[in-house]
Design a protein around this ligand. Structure first.
Ligand SMILES: Cc1cc2nc3c(=O)[nH]c(=O)nc-3n(C[C@H](O)[C@H](O)[C@H](O)COP(=O)(O)OP(=O)(O)OC[C@H]3O[C@@H](n4cnc5c(N)ncnc54)[C@H](O)[C@@H]3O)c2cc1C
Length: 415
């Protein structure tokens, strides 16, 4: 049996694992990444937020991504029954990136891992972590490869970036029900043969079908477009037939898009992910940290998944680096409290989206430019920026503004 000893074992080579690996490798630590799949592999999570550009830049992964030519995302369009709300990241509150990408993740994640391997990072594909045993000063993880060969890695620290694999939450009984209402998604990729030219053809759009159900359209630079519905789990279960039949039946729910996608071929059988929101009892423990989807996943509506995955990975990697250099780290304050402060902001926006309060603000006319700027910064992923009132006071501000919007509407209807 092969046995290896490293400083840090990273489980999973998605964006979270790649950012953690890049940071720790650049700092000179002996690391190993183990990944269950063979890349390229499909994974959902295709619309990024400007905030994650900071993370890729800091760990030296921005140039390789830039070279690939992914579709540029400069904002996001929300539509509901003929009304349109456009967010332009260049008009957001505060500093920070004002663009990012829309990416087929098979390509995106492979660009990252190819770059890391070219620099010398040890990434073992088709290695599934089956068991982890912790002891004083470290851990021993057991892996199985595609031929059934078992190996072990001893590590002082584990970064669990295993996404929905949720390796340590499962093994250490850390799963906790999410506070987000139960939603389900059905999605696929299409050859977008009816794609209009110009900006309309490249815009990422969230088309609201009803308060709790919406349709996404994410065009990629390779002519393929990602489409999908999200809705309450019970409602989504009411559509009958195979997954392709369900998605075909649902397409006319999007008045704006259904003609464009009525005749297109699905490039793979639509995938259904049921009750996708996830949470954990704790984000770290002795000898490990959870990052990305292995820790928390809220909802796709504001595309926060990858950004949270890279934010948490970079911070966890920095704290592990400090601890390995014998510095004291207050994990509760420096990791959990910080990470959860941003997660809680997004959680408010997700919840208020599904109560309909946020939709009232988005589609209210005339729009309030100051409020829009501040919400735009949240949608760009800058949810740790306490100078933004819509971050600092997220708990009450969204509700308050929605009430004012209601009152304004009542007054204008009366007059
Ligand atoms: C319907 C839906 C739509 C979404 N849309 C968006 C979006 O538009 N934008 C966005 O930012 N996010 C979106 N997300 C969320 C996004 O998918 C995740 O947040 C993101 O992929 C998390 O990255 P990660 O690196 O944590 O995990 P992943 O990218 O999932 O990577 C984890 C890796 O770990 C590997 N792994 C798993 N188990 C093991 C094991 N036992 N041993 C070794 N390796 C293992 C997996 O093979 C995988 O490659 C969406 C999610 C859903 C459900």
């Amino acid at each position: 049996m092969i046995k290896e000893i490293v400083d840090v074992l990273i489980i999973g080579a998605g964006p979270s694992g790649s950012v953690a690996a890049s940071y720790l490798y650049n700092k000179g630590f002996k690391i190993k990444v183990v990944e269950k799949s063979k890349f390229p592999r499909f994974v959902i999570g295709e619309s990024l937020l400007p905030r994650c550009m900071d993370h890729f830049e800091e760990v030296g992964l921005l140039d390789c991504l830039n070279d690939f030519g992914f579709e540029i995302k400069r904002g996001a369009r929300f539509m509901k029954k003929g009304k349109i709300c456009n967010f332009d990241f260049s008009k957001k509150h505060g500093p920070g990136w004002n663009w990012t990408w829309q990416v087929p993740r098979a390509d995106f994640d492979k660009v990252l891992t190819d770059e890391l391997m070219a620099r010398g990072v040890d990434i073992a594909f088709e290695q599934e972590v089956l068991a982890v045993e912790f002891y004083e000063g470290g851990s021993r993880s057991t892996m199985k490869d595609s031929s059934g060969q078992i190996s072990t890695v001893q590590a002082k620290y584990i970064v669990d970036s295993s996404g929905y694999g949720r390796v340590l939450p499962r093994l250490l009984d850390l799963e906790k029900p999410s506070s987000i209402p139960k939603h389900t998604s059905i999605f696929t990729h299409v050859n977008d043969k009816n794609r209009p030219s110009g900006q309309e053809g490249t815009l990422i759009t969230f088309d609201v079908v009803n308060t709790e159900t919406w349709f996404w359209v994410i065009p990629f630079s390779n002519g393929i477009t990602s489409i999908g519905f999200v809705g309450p789990t019970e409602y989504m279960a009411s559509f009958e037939g195979s997954n392709p039949e369900k998605l075909r039946t649902m397409l006319p729910l999007s008045e704006y898009y259904h003609k464009r996608f009525a005749e297109v071929d699905f490039l793979f059988d639509p995938i259904v992910i049921k009750n996708f929101s996830k949470s954990v009892k704790q984000l770290y423990g002795k000898g490990y940290a959870l990052t990305g989807n292995s820790a928390e996943f809220l909802d796709p509506v504001f595309s926060s998944g990858v950004t949270f995955a890279t934010e948490s990975a970079l911070l966890a990697a920095k704290l592990i680096g400090r601890e390995l250099r014998q510095e004291t780290v207050d994990w509760d304050k420096e990791y959990t409290q910080y990470i959860m402060s941003g997660v809680n902001v997004f959680a408010t926006y997700v919840k208020e989206w599904y109560t309909g309060d946020l939709q009232k603000i988005f589609f209210h006319e005339p729009e309030n430019p100051e409020i829009k700027k501040q919400i735009c910064a949240v949608l760009a992923g800058y949810v740790w920026d306490q100078t933004n009132p819509f971050v600092k006071n997220h708990h009450r501000l969204v509700k308050t503004v929605a009430r004012i919007t209601d009152m304004e509407k009542e007054t204008s209807e009366r007059n």
